[in-house]
Design a protein around this ligand. Structure first.
Ligand code: ZN
Length: 344
């Protein structure tokens, strides 16, 4: 474990082809029953083994046990009808058929806690687990019960807090909330989004992360990015609020994105999980490219608060490409670590 510039990933890694169709986002499972449970665990073991072997310091499950970063969580909740589907616009970007909230939402039993305990048994390194953020959850649903996005987000925040406390209890060191919606609904982020997120992390001792990105490299996202102009300044809305929040770490995109690097100044004092790997491209970064991205960030974040990472999840990439990108990340971080480490 490197104390300085510890490497991490945002979360997902490609699944083995025997578990789900490769290079497909949200692919259905290829196994069922007990074989599926065993297959997921084997895939998780591989994800851990590959991250460790390649030198990733903070290890994740590679999201091998879930199909979708939001719906897999929601599937386990009461009050949501998966048979009753309605078409809604996700993040103002693309239409999707989503389940409907038909009653009070609640978590009858833990969702990921068993999987996280399994991950804990596979490694001695610090482990990170990702949960969807409250605002992103409500944006992936149709609501016929609460009639208020804020109210529903608050309910989800309470549920997420219960789950997060149990993840912490089984040994999860870092709990991450994925909030891509923070780059879209600026008024709501200000009015209640940050408050809901802080509700979700209430009382946690584990390190807390919010991941805000421009999404996987799927067409709906790349089309949207093309409309954002030469400078992507979306973070300007959420960063000042997060700087004053109780969240420990902010995970953001950098490499190959049009995010002005000086926006990191807006979260001065927080830890910064910096995306030094482009997940929307199959071109593997060179270690020197990764190092260059990290060096630019170091003008705006103290070295002891920088966590080299990926822009987003890598699930849809070819497996070899994803793992080669992990090698590049680790090698790039090593170059910069040697430059900033206290000498003598
Ligand atoms: Zn992301």
């Amino acid at each position: 474990m490197n104390a300085l510039l510890p490497t991490s990933t945002v979360g997902s890694l490609p699944k083995p082809s025997w578990l789900a169709a490769p290079e497909t986002l949200w692919a259905p499972w290829s196994l069922e029953g007990d074989a599926l449970i065993e297959g997921k665990q084997d895939a998780l073991r591989i994800a851990v083994q590959e991250q460790q072997r390649r030198g990733i310091d903070v290890v994740s499950d590679g999201e091998q046990t879930r199909q979708h970063f939001v719906t897999t969580f929601i599937e386990h909740l009461e009050g949501v009808d998966f048979e009753r589907r309605e078409t809604v616009r996700i993040r103002n970007r693309y239409d999707a058929s989503v389940p409907t909230v038909i009653g009070a939402v609640s978590r009858r039993q833990p969702v990921f806690v068993e999987d996280a305990a399994f991950l804990r048994r596979q490694t001695d390194r610090p482990i990170k687990w990702a949960l969807p953020g409250p605002m992103t959850m409500i944006d992936t649903l149709s609501d016929r019960h609460y009639g208020s996005r804020e109210k529903l987000a608050w309910e989800f925040a309470t549920i997420l807090n219960e789950e997060a406390r149990e993840l912490e209890a089984v040994g999860v060191d870092v709990i991450q909330f994925d909030e891509p919606s923070f780059n879209v609904f600026f008024d709501e982020v200000h009015d209640w989004g940050i408050a809901a997120l802080e509700r979700a992390v209430e009382g946690l001792r584990a390190e807390t992360v919010v991941h805000i990105c421009y999404g996987y490299g799927i067409k709906a996202n790349t089309d949207w990015k093309a409309t954002l102009g030469a400078q992507w300044r979306q973070y300007e809305a959420s960063f000042p609020l997060l700087q004053r929040s109780s969240i420990d770490t902010v995970s953001l995109e950098s490499h190959n994105s049009h995010v002005p690097i000086d926006l990191i100044e807006l979260i001065r004092g927080k830890r910064v999980m910096l995306g030094a790997i482009d997940v929307a491209s199959e071109v593997v970064e060179t270690p020197e490219e990764v190092a260059g991205t990290l060096r630019r960030a170091l003008e705006f974040v103290d070295a002891d608060k920088l966590v080299p990472s990926t822009n987003c999840g890598m699930a849809p990439l070819p497996r070899r490409v994803a793992y080669d990108k992990l090698d590049a990340l680790v090698a790039g971080a090593e170059i910069v670590r040697a430059e900033v480490a206290p000498r003598g």
